[in-house]
Design a protein around this ligand. Structure first.
Ligand SMILES: [Cu+2]
Length: 119
């Protein structure tokens, strides 16, 4: 398997969705913010290109893929997982229950999309 080690410094396209309620929120104890990772596939190019995203074990993560072609992502967790996406926008909810660095990549073209640094 080809692995491109590209670690982007910029965290473009990655958004943290915080609890939006200003007051009177019924905050759940221990609940964590959802991390949304926006992935764009356009004309054969995929962004982001290896950005590191820090998450906690069990934290909900949405991979939101907007693509002009159907394809799939690989998550190099143990066991490895594959997620299909369609033309348009596909939201892939994931979470990782063990610490480590998990790569989310494409095989066509071969590219690391994000590295999830799970603490
Ligand atoms: Cu893979």
């Amino acid at each position: 398997m080809q692995r491109l080690r590209i670690v982007g410094a910029a965290l473009a396209g990655i958004t943290l969705l915080g609890a939006a309620t200003a007051c009177g929120s019924d905050e759940k104890a221990g609940s964590e913010e959802k991390v949304v990772v926006d992935v764009t596939v356009e004309d054969g190019a995929i962004t982001p290109k290896g950005d590191r995203v820090e998450v906690s074990t069990g934290q909900p993560i949405d991979l939101v893929v907007t693509s002009d072609v159907a394809g799939s992502l690989h998550m190099h967790s143990d066991p490895e997982q594959e997620f299909a996406y369609e033309v348009g926008t596909t939201t892939i909810p994931i979470s990782i229950d063990r610490p480590g660095v998990i790569e989310v990549e494409s095989h066509d073209p071969p590219q690391i999309i994000v590295q999830l640094e799970v603490r």
